[in-house]
Design a protein around this ligand. Structure first.
Ligand code: NAP
Length: 412
């Protein structure tokens, strides 16, 4: 049993769908492969420093190391995805992970995909906001402050695909043409796009709950329903339906905003609106303040979250989390960048801010704020890792660990 739970910590529990967080919670962490160990050791020091400072040592995270990927394979006799780790992630409720290598060949499924599927982590949550001083291609990146909820289990990512020329494809082609009257070129590769009321509604529910809990003003359902009526269009309709069924007291539609409220949003109502996906990319560049929370399907969410991440500083600092109803796994959104492994070189920002979001998630806002406030001060002094240094005039390039030291000094 390679996992050792710390003796002095207490597990987080769930009561009435809410987290019950003690002052000494045990949180799980997976350091990950490649650059994972470098960024994880830097971030653990920063998170601990912020918590100690925020609560005068009255609160403390008790970290339990969990194993997945290459480190797991060494400890569990070649097993990259140990059952013990999956159990621990469920048991501890909140965990954070570094990036994991997908070993090439042999039909090996991505460990990240396996983790999402095994634990039904159906919502990918990506908070996207700007920290002053971070290099950005935008004139006003500070206008961007949006949390994107991407459905993680359905859509063209469901893995229902038939290769051109295969007997399976032939069967599906025959069925679609002969029985359903469809018309398309022979020998097309075929992919299926399932979008369900269940999957759509639970994702939109999570987005609206988040908006309520965090005093956000609007939730936008992003879709391409003008073209894909029964999948993306249905997602939009189910989203509105869910808002009406379960959040009638807290939400109004954009249509009601004008028909009933003369365009003036009541302070206690969240506006539910929808936008076509392609227009959303434009609006995020031109009028990003119109978006607080976005709820969308898998493919739109994949594209949109990386595009918005680029607007506020790129993948090096973009945080994320994958969640089910009760379990949350926060994670760096970039990969293992193997060429930089063990060089103490890369930007810890993505994992760092995933941890900031984790602190917010467990209700330790003061500790999260200490990091969010100290970070721009360090960046404005132009003390940065290589990736930002190459985009800044007159920067001082530092290692991952030195960046952590500087940030901890700034936190105090
Ligand atoms: P990657 O590891 O994200 O690296 C691509 C490039 O992004 C790096 O070469 C580097 O750019 C930049 N980068 C990534 N992380 C950075 C950081 N912390 N600081 C600064 N720059 C950073 O993508 P990849 O090379 O396509 O994938 C490598 C492995 O990671 C694969 O095995 C893949 O399966 C895995 N992966 C895992 C996850 C995950 O666990 N969530 C996600 C994606 C990929 P420069 O070269 O320009 O410096």
């Amino acid at each position: 049993m390679p996992i050792n739970l710390p003796d002095n910590g207490t597990k987080i529990t769930i009561q009435n769908n809410r987290l019950n967080v003690p002052d000494n919670p045990i949180l799980g962490y997976i350091e990950g492969d490649g650059i994972g160990p470098d960024i994880t050791s830097a971030c653990l020091r920063i998170w601990d420093a912020a918590v100690a400072k925020a609560y005068n040592d009255k609160r403390k995270i008790h970290w339990a190391e969990l194993f997945m990927g290459e480190k797991a394979s060494k400890k569990y006799d070649g097993n990259y995805f140990p059952e013990e780790t999956i159990q621990a992630i469920q048991d501890l409720v909140v965990s954070i992970k570094g990036p994991l290598t997908t070993p090439v060949g042999g039909g090996f499924r991505s460990l990240n995909v396996s983790l999402r599927q095994t634990l039904d982590l159906y919502a990918c949550v990506r908070p996207l906001r700007y920290y002053s001083g971070v290099p950005s291609p935008m004139s006003h990146p500070e206008l961007i402050d949006v949390v994107l909820f991407r459905e993680n289990t359905e859509d063209v990512y469901a893995g229902i695909e038939y290769q051109s020329g295969s007997p399976e494809m032939q069967k599906v082609e025959n069925f679609l043409k002969q029985e359903m009257g469809a018309n398309f070129f022979a020998d097309s590769g075929i992919g299926i796009k399932p979008i369900s009321p269940f999957g759509s509604k639970r994702l939109v529910r999570k987005a609206i709950r988040y908006a309520i809990d965090n005093n956000k003003k609007n939730v936008t359902l992003v879709h391409k329903g003008n073209i894909m009526k029964f999948t993306e269009g249905a997602f939009r309709n189910w989203g509105y339906e869910l808002a009406k069924e379960e959040f009638a007291a807290e939400t109004i539609t954009e249509e009601e905003l004008y028909s009933k409220y003369d365009g003036k949003q009541p302070s206690d109502k969240i506006v539910i609106k929808d936008r076509i996906a392609d227009i959303t990319f434009q609006l995020m560049l031109l009028r990003p303040t119109e978006f607080d929370v976005i709820a969308t399907m898998n493919l739109n969410g994949d594209y949109l979250s990386d595009a918005i991440a680029a607007q506020v500083g790129g993948m090096g600092i973009a945080p994320g989390a994958n969640m089910s109803d009760n379990i949350a796994v926060f994670e760096a959104t970039h990969g293992t960048a193997p060429k930089y492994a063990n060089l103490d070189k890369v930007n810890p920002g993505s994992l760092l801010f995933s941890g900031v979001n984790m602190l917010e998630y467990i209700g330790w806002q003061e500790a999260a704020d200490l990091i969010s406030n100290a970070y721009p001060k360090v960046i404005q002094k132009k003390i940065v890792t290589y990736d930002f240094a190459r985009q800044m005039e007159g920067a001082t390039e530092v290692s991952t660990s030195k960046f952590a030291d500087t940030l901890i000094d700034e936190i105090g």
